[in-house]
Design a protein around this ligand. Structure first.
Ligand SMILES: C[S@@+](CC[C@H](N)C(=O)[O-])C[C@H]1O[C@@H](n2cnc3c(N)ncnc32)[C@H](O)[C@@H]1O
Length: 252
């Protein structure tokens, strides 16, 4: 059982870009994430984008390859080092900084988009992070995110199934109490000033479809042996926000 998530990211930063490691999993999620985000941002070319909690830079590189002018920030120093080294190998110019989402070292009105993937559920001071994202966005800038709902079902799937039983995610990486209900996030964002919020299910389990859950267990056990997690998740963007959800909000 790991002590806390920062310790985990610091100790495992060399694994972000290893295809059979769990830290590479977000790369498999990017295709589905961007199907949703691209409907709001059809062309990333030339946009100034900040990735908050960028980890090893998986989404930063995805966006830089699509022509965005990308900055990434993360609290894990070794992850930022890994991200810098990988960007150099990929021949991509990305501005990485070590720092905290609660106190972003950027001027206000700087970015066209702030992206935050799988990070909000790890944050100590959520209110601060949302207001910092708002501050650094330009007018009409977009905050794009995904995170995990705090429900009984998310405890069963994200903690008991994926951490404790299948061991697809390291045990202790998630704290269920930090998961966020969509209504709580909507309230917080609207209080901060965000408008035009849109939230959809980012559904790893195809609703309550029993067959998909059975497949997850089977493929999960199998992929532990074969180190292939790519086809474990059958992600649908739908109305089921009971486990993970994805969203956008605008600073008007
Ligand atoms: C699940 S990983 C997601 C990484 C990346 N967004 C992706 O999808 O590939 C969560 C990341 O959030 C970072 N993080 C957690 N709390 C943070 C904070 N307060 N400020 C900045 N980064 C933070 C962690 O170090 C870790 O790299």
């Amino acid at each position: 059982m790991i002590k806390n998530d920062l310790e985990y990211y610091n100790l495992n930063a060399d694994k972000w870009w290893k295809e059979d490691e769990v830290l590479y999993l977000p790369d498999h999620l990017n295709k589905s994430r961007f199907e949703f985000f691209n409907s709001y941002v059809p062309n990333w070319k030339g946009l100034k984008v900040l990735d908050v909690g960028c980890g090893g830079g998986l989404a930063c590189e995805f966006l830089a390859k699509r022509g965005a002018n990308v900055s990434g920030i993360d609290l894990s120093f070794t992850s930022i080092k890994a991200a810098q080294e990988h960007a150099q190998k990929s021949g991509l110019l990305i501005d990485y900084k070590w720092g905290t989402a609660e106190d972003l070292p950027y001027e206000e009105n700087t970015f066209d988009a702030v992206v935050c993937f799988d990070v909000l559920e790890h944050i100590a001071d959520l209110e601060k992070v949302i207001s910092e994202a708002y501050r650094v966005l330009k007018r009409n800038g977009m905050f794009l995110f995904d995170t995990i709902n705090r429900t009984f079902k998310s405890k069963v799937i994200m903690i008991w199934l994926l951490e404790d039983i299948l061991k697809q995610i390291p045990r202790g990486l998630h704290d269920w109490n930090k998961f966020i209900k969509p209504d709580e996030l909507i309230d917080l964002m609207e209080t901060t000033g965000f408008k035009n919020l849109e939230i959809k299910g980012f559904d790893l389990t195809d609703g309550t479809n029993f067959k998909t859950l059975r497949d997850m267990v089977f493929k999960g056990l199998n992929s532990r042996r074969h180190g292939d997690r790519a086809e474990l998740f059958n992600i649908q963007i739908n109305d089921d926000t009971s486990v993970c959800y994805i969203g956008k909000a605008v600073k008007l």
